[in-house]
Design a protein around this ligand. Sequence first.
Ligand SMILES: Cc1ncc(COP(=O)(O)O)c(C=O)c1O
Length: 417
Amino acid sequence: MNINHYEESKQVLSGGVNSPVRAFSGLGINPLFIDKGAGSKIYTEENEEFIDFCLSWGVHILGHSPSIVREALKEGIDKGTSFGLPTVLETKLAQEILECYPSMEQLRFVNSGTEAVMSAVRLARGFTGKNLIIKFDGCYHGHSDNLLIKAGSGVSSLPESSSKGVPKNAALDTISIPYNDKSVFEKVMREKGRETACVIIEPVAANMGVVIPDDDFLHFVRKITSEYGILLIFDEVITGFRLGLGGAQQKFGIKPDMTILGKIIGGGLPAAAFGAGKEIMKNLAPLGEVYQAGTLSGNPLAMRAGISVIQWLKKNPESYSRMEEIVSQAVLEIKKNSLLTVNSIGSMFTVFYTQNSVRNFSDAGKQDFKLFKKMYQILIKNHIFFPPSMYETSFISTVHKKEDCLKMAEIFKKGDL
Ligand SMILES: Cc1ncc(COP(=O)(O)O)c(C=O)c1O
């Protein structure tokens, strides 16, 4: 690893990075500077190869740089990179997505998950005429003011779980409650339900590590929100097209009022979306009075990349069970190390550095950081790349080989701990 890239970047980029978790804070190693990716591997500027279990934070379900995406981009690049005007590509990607998510009748494309959530919350407030947002501790919904309250992901590493610079009033309009706790949810609904615009949730939490909803938790949340006429927003930025074509809502058989998608739908380029039934979506400008806009929204290259990935997944639905099978086998091996706990679902998994089960943010917070740091350094030495934080989800792609995953699992099993 060449220390100079980081030293140089620190001169011109705040903290040397463009997203905090990329700084590998507290891990005793410098960030990897990546030159290229191919399939399940990434390569540093020094051409060191790593098996990648981060995959741009869940974006690359087909692995890095798949040929279908490269071909789609080549075709698009000759025609122009942005027009700021409608293209048929936006309609096409919307059709491909809506076919898999019957809870939505329409959607709108934006450039990031943060923007999608921010816009969806504004729409929910405009539609209901109410202000309050209920979220769950450890769920991350991007970095807009209203949602940086007890957020997971990179925010978990900050001394306080929310951020300086978020006005008190923004925080006052959000209540964050424990995940998987029906009685607290019911109590808050009884007290605040009538002033609440929306309840937003990661249906499978992935930003405090993978946390699976208890058997009837999501159904319970759906039932109570319906009773109070509160919009239920599923943030499927991670789970969308990851847990299956129809995401978590299909897996658990629940119809949210609004859905957020990101990551996979842009095929590795910046794209995200929020959507709902027409009754809700007609309140967005230009039809309605809730304003939302974007110079690069629905960018033609991002649309082309997204279309190619989603069409591939639709043609190869069996790839989901193959990924799940590989992850399950690897997880069985990792679990043989009694110091660790593993949560997994489909092609997503998290190794927790605790012997206790993890059902919520408070459980995830009880991990042993020293153990994580030691293990992380061992993984890097063995050319295995994991997200550089204890509160993240690891992923495999359709091109990860079983042997590579078992090699990774073996390292956890031995652990040298
Ligand atoms: C569930 C969830 N929602 C929203 C976001 C924010 O998306 P972005 O980083 O594209 O702004 C993320 C990012 O990881 C996420 O995991």
